[in-house]
Design a protein around this ligand. Structure first.
Ligand code: SF4
Ligand code: MSK
Length: 631
């Protein structure tokens, strides 16, 4: 019998959410759906980016009758400053996450809690950064690499080390445009200083600093986060797992890890998978321990351990509403403060672990290099003991879940190419077969689908519909963050999803044994995407901006996404946004981000809240790049 592969539709996901929302109503607790209603309509000044509160003469709001703030700042200045401040906040979040990773490498030791797992990657980075390796202890090398890595945040002179990985053409553009990022912290501080009362009023200068600050993130802090996480916890390779709410298990102790920094989730996984803790869970009446990830933490631990993924950003309250979560443990970023009061409606224990994300109604256990295992042990033990406290009357687990192939790091992608094509021509470690597929038109191009959920558009609908349209058109999708989670919930990370592809992409998926949407990791891992396009461009002998590849964030919400969009554009890749970046009150700013950056760095934004029109624009953009290459 021929198996018919079906995705989970957005309607089915919404039905699950509605059912869980009934539980919330019964318990008298609000969820994001209720709060959206109360917050709508949003403040028009904020939406257009023309409210300024950076000094106490304000807040000043721009209207046709009052076109200037008290200091004389125009809509262009105010919207430009607000935009750069978003980039600075986003870059700080990613980069500080990266810094934490480098600190963990600095603290790593043979007998400590954190170890070097990918020593080859460490040695490669050591060589790149000029750290002597010959005859030296691995952990001495690690400390020297970490010292340089930490120095990148405050270096006195020069630009980011990772820039040397870019194509020559890109490096030239960055130099000519004077947007090479210096120290990571310096670019963020410069952004904050420029936007202080009485400083930069010129929107073009603000956009230029947005690109530079974004580059400090993508080719600085985020790249450090990814690189060092790989060294510490292992470079992801293709593996199978499952995604969506159905991964929660009624008979197991369910522990959800949520956030971004893998230092916490890695330790929870390590401890929970120990025989001692599994036995402890059984002694508490459960069949074992089921760890599930949320948001980007899901991506991190799925890629490295095959841990199941419970869902993306707007699924976080749903997960708790199932009534079977014994503990939710979080580190930093994208955590709803409402997790506290929501957890209190259930037996769920809520643990915060970072001084960066202190949240009311949680138990705070700061996790450091020196107490990581003890903290993880306490959390896992408490979760096991909490199993007996479930209230059966509150339990409902939606059944939807899908198989998901994850772990397509650059090394993971090359491993697939090496296995199926490169080995025949005896040229390993190259993207050339992929390039041949693109040149011949078997693949028309690639789209990097990234970003969050946002209730301003129908959650997950844009992600899923856009991905399906791209696949039909033989455009391969690489995905990170909550976009990757949307794909996993729908079933698009299942290798059988190739049935949705055009003939060319379907053939590639079969040959390479890959799903049509390649899971590349978390939001910091968009730096992997930068290295992927750079690697392909170098093997092709062209610049990144010439590739038939674009980025798309149809449901973004976070300041990090604005920082990402800036470094992707600065890398020469056009970005298609499904949510307005809050500058529409300034014609000049709209012109700069959609057109002006094309003159500076060869790429810009296309903004359209209609997913149909957005995907059409992307396909046209990819075809235009192909035509320019003469393919
Ligand atoms: Fe108003 Fe200017 Fe102060 Fe902004 S900086 S709040 S526009 S006076
Ligand atoms: S978790 S930044 S909602 S992708 Fe990285 Fe998801 Fe966006 Fe957070």
């Amino acid at each position: 019998m021929i198996e018919v592969f079906k995705t989970t539709t957005v309607e089915q996901m919404e039905a699950d959410s509605d059912r869980l929302h009934e539980t919330a109503e019964k318990l008298g607790i609000d969820t994001w759906q209720d709060r959206v209603k109360k917050q709508t309509p949003h403040c028009g000044f904020g939406e257009k980016g023309v409210c300024c509160r950076i000094c106490s003469m304000g807040p000043c709001r721009i209207t046709p009758k009052s076109p200037k703030g008290i200091c004389g700042a125009t809509a262009d200045t105010i919207a430009g400053r607000n935009y750069l401040r978003m980039v600075a906040a986003g870059a700080s979040a990613h980069s500080d996450h990266g810094r934490e990773c480098v600190h963990k490498l600095y603290d790593a030791s043979e007998d400590g809690y954190y170890h070097v797992t990918d020593s080859a990657k460490l040695l490669k980075l050591a060589e790149e950064w000029g750290v002597p390796t010959e005859g030296r202890d691995l952990y001495d090398i690690a400390r020297d690499v970490a010292r340089i890595g930490l120095g990148e945040y405050g270096k006195i002179e020069g630009v980011q080390n990772f820039l040397s990985r870019a194509t020559e053409e890109r490096r030239k553009v960055w130099k000519e445009q004077e947007i090479e990022p210096r120290a990571i912290d310096r670019e963020v501080v410069t952004a904050m200083h420029m936007t202080h009362m009485g400083c930069t009023a010129d929107p073009e200068a603000l956009v230029r600093q947005s690109l530079r600050t974004g580059l400090a993130d993508g080719w600085g802090g985020s790249m450090a986060g990814t690189e060092i996480s790989d060294i510490l916890y292992g470079t992801p390779m293709p593996r199978e797992t499952e995604g969506n709410l159905g991964v929660l298990d009624k008979d197991m102790v369910n522990i959800i890890c949520h956030g971004h920094d893998p230092a916490v989730s890695e330790m929870i996984v390590l401890v929970a998978e120990s025989r001692e803790m599994q036995e402890y869970a059984r002694s508490c009446g459960a069949k074992g321990i089921n760890i599930a990830g949320l948001c980007c933490t899901a991506n991190e631990i799925a890629m490295r351990h095959g841990i199941k993924m419970v869902g993306n950003f707007l699924q976080q309250e749903n997960a708790l509403l199932t009534g079977v979560v014994e503990a939710i443990v979080v580190d930093v970023q994208c955590i709803f403060p409402n997790i506290g009061p929501l957890a209190e409606c259930f037996h769920t224990k809520f643990f915060t672990t970072s001084p960066i994300a202190r949240i009311p109604k949680s138990e705070y256990l700061e996790l450091t290099s020196h107490n990581a295992r003890d903290v993880a042990l306490k959390i896992v033990r408490d979760a096991c003991e909490n199993y007996k406290n479930r209230d059966e009357s509150k339990i409902f687990i939606p059944e939807h879940k899908h198989k998901a192939a994850v772990g397509y790091s650059c090394e993971g992608i090359k491993s697939r190419l090496d296995a199926v094509t490169n080995s025949f021509v005896d040229t390993l470690d190259t993207y050339k077969p992929l390039i041949e597929c693109i040149k011949s038109g078997v693949l028309r191009g690639a789209v990097a689908m990234v970003g969050c959920n946002n209730p301003k558009v129908r959650p997950d609908y844009s992600h899923i519909e856009i991905m399906k349209r791209l696949l039909e058109n033989d455009i391969i999708v690489v995905a990170t963050g909550c976009a990757a989670q949307a794909a996993s919930k729908a079933g698009l990370l299942d290798k059988r999803a190739k049935v949705f592809c055009g003939e060319g992409l379907r053939r590639v998926c079969t040959l390479a044994d890959i799903p049509p949407v390649l899971h590349m990791g978390s939001c910091v891992d968009i730096s992997r995407m930068m290295l992927l396009v750079t690697g392909i461009a170098k093997d092709w002998g062209i610049d990144t901006t010439q590739l038939p590849a674009v980025g798309c964030a149809p449901e973004w919400m976070s300041e990090k996404a604005v920082s990402i969009a800036n470094y992707v554009v600065a890398t020469g890749i056009d970005v298609y946004l499904g949510i307005d970046p809050l500058v529409s009150g300034s014609e000049k700013m709209m012109e700069l981000i959609t057109q002006g950056t094309r003159q500076m760095v060869g790429a810009g934004y296309t903004i359209n809240t209609d997913p149909e029109q957005l995907v059409k624009a992307m396909i046209d953009g990819i075809e235009a790049k192909r035509a320019a290459l003469g393919i």
